[in-house]
Write a protein that binds this ligand. Structure first.
Ligand SMILES: C[S@@+](CC[C@H](N)C(=O)[O-])C[C@H]1O[C@@H](n2cnc3c(N)ncnc32)[C@H](O)[C@@H]1O
Ligand code: SF4
Length: 377
């Protein structure tokens, strides 16, 4: 029975952060009831045959899902239970923003079966939080972490961002250490990316903001790796570290090209044959579902060639690497040739075993560039 996950996208935020390209809307809280009505309808309309799937993860991301009322969450869980076999779910995550996830709400989430909280810390430095247009300070971060523990969560992730203009190595190391001292089970450390369509993109383009150089980025990434490893975190993906056995199973579904259903505006899913995505517009999403239609933007079969390239791109990101025997037969030889061809340029970062190609920890810093060179045309 293939393993699978369910992703739900909750697209509401208090404000839109200047660097964020995830689909979300601010100041639209009055639309939350209509959104949930549409979401429940979407799940109900879903006609994917999941009878031989083992659904073991649920992830509610956003947006700011910690704004969800327990009443809406309960309705959501009931409809998922009616539709799918959730008896194998062992990981159920909700993303929470500091200051926007009070303890009583977190307790209610826990009571309803959520067992993992992902807190968007980003930074502990007030001036950097301000630069990122975050609406919380460091105090709310510590309070929300404590509230999650008090509510009974024993699996907490903290998201942090490095490579922020103005973030020195000292600031980053101090922030990292202060979060490590809280003893989270999991940490995601992302390099700040400049996404088209964001305010940050405009600032960088107009020369108002200068991003750190490649050398600075490489140094700060290395510092992140060594600090987390020294504190008994294991790196299992380019941007993800966990205590042993506490990797995020849901995100592993994406990187291992497993099955996952996806609901909500802009959500992306994979049913084993087709990749599909929903429209990235809340009003359009609600309207489609009011008309009893699935809110699809795209729905296309994953060709063997695309699957091969995804296996290269995702595989190089994760500790377990590219699972070579799983490459579609037609492309196995081409991929082997590509590995040999890239040996002289990237070979120092390769660990080649009979059935896997993985990158060394130093190689993770170049995973995207290596993937681009290795992909087949
Ligand atoms: C979609 S956000 C949702 C989490 C939550 N709303 C929050 O802001 O804390 C998930 C994570 O993506 C990361 N992220 C978003 N945009 C990013 C960017 N441009 N560069 C690096 N990381 C980013 C942040 O660390 C964030 O916590
Ligand atoms: S980073 Fe989080 S809070 Fe900020 S706009 Fe994106 S989803 Fe919303």
């Amino acid at each position: 029975m293939p393993k699978a996950g369910i992703y739900i996208h909750m697209p509401f935020c208090r404000v839109k952060c200047m660097y964020c390209d995830f689909y979300s809307v601010a100041d639209k809280d009055d639309t939350i009831p209509a959104f949930f009505e549409a979401l429940l309808k979407e799940i109900d309309l879903c006609n994917t045959d999941t009878s031989d799937w083992t659904i073991d993860t649920i992830f509610i991301g956003g947006g700011t899902p910690s704004l969800t009322s327990p009443h809406h969450l309960e309705q959501l869980i009931r409809i998922l239970e009616n539709k799918f076999d959730l008896s194998h779910v062992t990981e159920f995550t909700i993303e929470a923003n500091p200051g926007e996830a009070p303890e009583d709400r977190l307790k209610a989430f826990q009571y309803l079966g959520v067992n993992r909280i992902s807190i968007g810390v980003q930074s502990l430095e007030p001036s950097l939080l301000q630069f990122l247009t975050r609406i919380h300070g460091p105090e709310e971060i510590f309070k929300t972490f404590e509230a999650a523990r008090q509510a009974g969560f024993n699996n907490i992730n903290c998201d942090l961002i490095f490579n922020i203009p103005g973030q020195t190595m000292e600031i980053w190391q101090r922030d990292l250490q202060r979060i490590i001292d809280l003893e989270p089970e999991h940490m995601s450390c992302y390099s700040l990316t400049v996404e088209e369509g964001t305010q940050l993109y405009q600032y960088v383009n107009r020369g108002k903001v200068t991003m750190p150089s490649d050398d600075q980025s490489a140094d700060i990434y290395q510092l992140t790796q060594s600090t987390l490893t020294d504190n008994s975190f294991e790196q299992y993906e380019i941007s993800n570290w966990s205590k042993r056995g506490l990797e995020c199973k849901h995100n592993l579904h994406y990187w291992e090209i497993d099955l996952y259903l996806a609901y909500g505006p802009s959500a992306h899913g994979f049913d084993g044959k087709n990749r599909f995505s929903n429209i990235r517009n809340l009003d359009g999403y609600i309207k489609k579902l009011r008309d009893d239609k699935l809110p699809r933007q795209d729905n296309y079969p994953l060709s063997d060639k695309d699957r091969t390239n995804e296996m290269i791109g995702f595989g190089l990101r994760i500790k377990d690497g590219i699972n070579l025997p799983k490459i579609p037969k037609l492309y196995q030889e081409v991929v082997n040739n590509s590995i040999n061809h890239n040996q002289s340029k990237w070979g120092d970062y390769f660990i080649k075993e009979s059935d896997r190609l993985t990158l060394t920890p130093d190689g993770f810093a170049f995973a995207d560039a290596i993937a681009v060179d290795m992909m087949i045309e």
